[in-house]
Design a protein around this ligand. Sequence first.
Ligand SMILES: [Zn+2]
Length: 141
Amino acid sequence: MIRYALICDSAHEFEAWFRNSGDFDAQSEGGLVECPQCSSPNVRKGVMAPAVSTSKTEKAPDPQKAMMEIAGKVRSHIAKNFAYVGDKFATEARAMHEGDKPERAIYGETTPAESKALADEGVPCAPLPAPFVPPQAKKLN
Ligand SMILES: [Zn+2]
């Protein structure tokens, strides 16, 4: 059985079941398919009404995947343009903020508490999108 969304020449939409697609063509050509509202035999196929959910076969854009792609771009941009300072991030960021060291773009590791302390002191820093892989971790493995 196949379900068709049908539309007549007065734009009435309705649905009808047929044994197969040839069945519709045959009945339609013979004037056997009539609009239930105006009895017009001038009926054509409208947009196919999905009889089953297509969610398993048609994948909608995955928001998580999109986020991961953006996060990956941010990470690679930082890895290319920022200097990695490892676990000295808080010390370095503070030194730059206080003018003890020239300002440069850095990234590294710090604890949530330290990162909050930096923010409270007005040191501009932001967490990197997870998962963050320090460059030295690759060498160790
Ligand atoms: Zn009609």
